[in-house]
Design a protein. Structure first.
Length: 131
């Protein structure tokens, strides 16, 4: 069933994301067994580079709100970057990020491949993102 395969691949991606391998790729090769009428899949994961946490910055927030969010950010510079943590943080701190009357905020992760760092920035959504 295609849904189970996709769910399995999403689980594999999540495991690698948590270990800092946010650009991993995979290839899947099916094998069909005519005698048993079963399909088997071999999956090869290429981890790519492991990333560590770089900087956490913000724009479009007051200094006090931004500093408060910076204190709440739990990935220290140099720790293995957990790609899923950004989503968790945005959900957990939504009330502090999306202030009434304030701009709609989004997160942006930029990868410094030369240094192996992932930098996270909170910033207002631009007009293109709102469409």
């Amino acid at each position: 069933d295609a849904g189970k395969i996709e769910a399995g691949l999403a689980t594999v991606k999540a495991v690698y994301d948590k270990q800092g391998f946010v650009q991993q790729t995979h290839t899947m090769s099916p094998e069909l067994d005519a005698a048993t009428q079963q399909a088997f899949f071999s999956i090869v994961v290429s981890e790519g580079q492991q990333y560590r946490m770089g900087t956490f910055t913000y724009e479009g927030l007051s200094a006090s709100d931004g500093d408060d969010l910076t204190r709440r950010w739990r990935l220290a510079a140099g720790e293995v970057f957990d790609g899923s943590y950004v989503r968790t943080f945005m959900t957990r701190e939504q009330a502090r990020i999306q202030r009434p009357g304030g701009p709609l905020m989004t997160s942006e992760v930029s990868l410094d491949t030369a240094k192996g760092l992932a930098h996270v920035k909170l910033r207002p959504m631009d007009a293109e993102s709102l469409r």
